[in-house]
Design a binder for this molecule. Sequence first.
Ligand SMILES: [Zn+2]
Length: 271
Amino acid sequence: MVVGVIALAMKGGGESGGSSAVADPVIPAVSEADIIAAAAQLGPRDQELVDIGETGVSIIRAGGARKYVALTFDDGPGPDTPAVLAELKRLNVPATFFVVGHAVAENPGALRQVVADGHEIGVHTWTHPDLTALPGRAQRSEIENTAGEILAASGVASRLFRAPYGAVDPDVLKRAEDAKLLSVLWNVDTMDWTRPSAGQIVETVLSNAVPGSIILMHDGGGDRTATVQALPRIVTGLRARGYEFATVGDLVISDPPGSDDMSSKSRSTQK
Ligand SMILES: [Zn+2]
């Protein structure tokens, strides 16, 4: 912050000097505070998501007016993230990744690859705790430190949040709202963290997806070989049924959820 102020003061002084203005060689340093301040500036798309989040609910699916679904991947980045990205690229499918802050800190390059491939990023806390069991200050740091790490690593100001285990209560939702994040749950759970076969994962998705579905999978937190293997059949199967794919943000904005598509309840049995 201090460096930035000094650099700006030097630049301003040069300009007020009124000489033949040559490009100022001083490049103002951008501090973390400046980055966070810039991220707080909401574009129209961000504002739509934040507005929904301010109603104190979690989204479980979009409105259902369009035959789109959103694939979501939690707990990464991890060792299987590159394989998930490779399949999504081959299949030309956008997805949403709810990342864990400490995993981003360990492998910021993986997060940058997710962003470079055109996917959306959401906050999934720093250490993956049950937030409902934590005091407010800890809830806040779990969320805000992760949002800051995502921003520092990739330049992305995330507007989406998914609570670990889907465990939300009014306090947790308020913390998300304070951080200008929309809480996102799901209405199709592949249960892939329980290590079903690829065929079982495919069957769960194809038999439960409806227009507007948000589908929960994982690219981190354990061996995700079956998830990777399931992806081609999930995508071709859904396309054969007339579905297309969108990120959660695009899904929600293009097809706003109704009251039946939101939840303020806690779910505590999921990964
Ligand atoms: Zn998780």
